[in-house]
Write a protein that binds this ligand. Structure first.
Ligand code: ZN
Length: 354
């Protein structure tokens, strides 16, 4: 059972001047009350119950005007300048990283590179993840990530400049609102996802047992702007597909569904099929969830009724191809998915311990 410290009655109608859009009053940085909500560090095995005071409609409104498309355009230019790709270990990856780091620094973060060496076809390749933290209790770290690398065959704009854009804009928004996270949020931009999830795998492998326990959950975004896409959420408890995440994953699914329901936007579930950076977290017993707008499945008639688009056509027909460019994206869908990520991030950043 979740015990909520935040009042569920706080909503936009009560958001007086000084409260950022989407947030209840009393969570801005200069409010001394918010500093008293830190979790008790003496309680073992923290798992979070989501707060219910973040306003889904206000967050969606806010994200309709934010710069996710600009981030995808910038990463397209990076690919154009670097042989058409941004694969891990290449100059295109380095330039992608610099773009993300500049954006994070400008927003007030201190990004760090976590370097690692991995093997690709008998070659040892050096690459890195980028991590940037908010303030908040380290007893309950919320990791929010997406992979920064592309495949070698293309610029990787839907896969996964779109996810990078969603994570980056969530990070910027968190700073701009001035809210003081009760729980630390760690934004992660993974390297080498396209090489067997090596970046996120390295990150989780490096965690001590205590750090694993202090990682409350992981939120993933891998492909958030599929041109013929759908709004899908990972199936936390395996109720729709076979694979279930660790306990707590269903709550994450519920929080993400609540965002779409509150905004009257249809959404569906997608399985944990091991195909993205949530996998090492789930294997370590960390609750996980996230968003996905689809790749090579063809769109059903029911999906066309729910989301529009073309029946019988792939959700992303340029998946892992040279044509995964800025024209291979759906800006409207990206705004909705980014807002959903921001909503879930804020909800858990302000959450109380179970
Ligand atoms: Zn991907």
């Amino acid at each position: 059972m979740a015990v909520l410290l935040l009042s569920a009655t706080a909503c936009t109608s009560e958001s007086a001047a000084g409260s950022p859009p989407g947030f209840p009053p009393g969570n801005v940085a200069n409010d001394p009350i918010s500093t008293t909500k830190s979790a008790d560090p003496n309680v073992a095995a923290p798992r979070l119950g989501p707060a219910s005071a973040v306003d889904a409609g206000a967050v969606l409104e806010e994200f309709k005007g934010r710069g996710m498309v600009e981030h995808m355009e910038a990463l397209q230019r990076v690919a154009d300048d670097n042989d058409g790709n941004r694969a891990s270990g290449t100059s295109g990856y380095e330039d992608s990283a610099r773009y993300v780091e500049d954006q994070l620094r400008a927003a007030g973060y201190t990004p760090v590179r976590q370097e690692f060496t991995h093997r690709i076809d008998d070659k040892r390749v050096k690459t890195f993840n980028i991590l940037a933290d908010t303030e908040g209790s380290t007893e309950n770290t919320i990791v929010v990530g997406g992979h920064l690398d592309s495949v070698e065959d293309g610029p990787g704009i839907n896969d996964n400049a779109s996810g990078v854009a969603a994570v980056l804009e969530t990070a910027r928004w968190m700073k701009e609102t001035g809210i003081k996270p009760v729980n630390r949020v760690r934004f992660a931009f993974w390297g080498a996802e396209e090489d067997d999830l090596d970046g996120s795998r390295h990150y989780v492998d490096e965690l001590s047992a205590a750090e694993v326990r202090r990682t409350a959950l992981y939120l993933n975004v891998d492909m958030a702007a599929s041109p013929n896409g759908v709004r899908s959420i990972h199936d936390g408890d395996g109720s729709d597909f076979e694979e279930a995440g660790p306990k707590g994953s269903q709550e994450i699914e519920d929080v993400l569904f609540r965002f779409f329901e509150d905004n009257s936007l249809p959404a569906e579930t997608t399985p944990f099929d091991g195909g993205s950076d949530y996998e090492p977290f789930l294997r370590a017993g960390i609750p996980g969830g996230g968003l996905f707008t689809g790749d090579v499945e063809s769109k059903t008639k029911a999906q066309v009724q729910a989301y529009g688009g073309s029946a019988g056509k792939d959700l992303d027909s340029c998946y892992h191809r040279a044509c995964d460019t800025i024209s291979n994206t759906n800006a409207e869908l990206l705004k909705e998915m980014s807002a959903a990520l921001a909503y879930a991030t804020a909800t858990y950043a302000l959450a109380a311990r179970d």
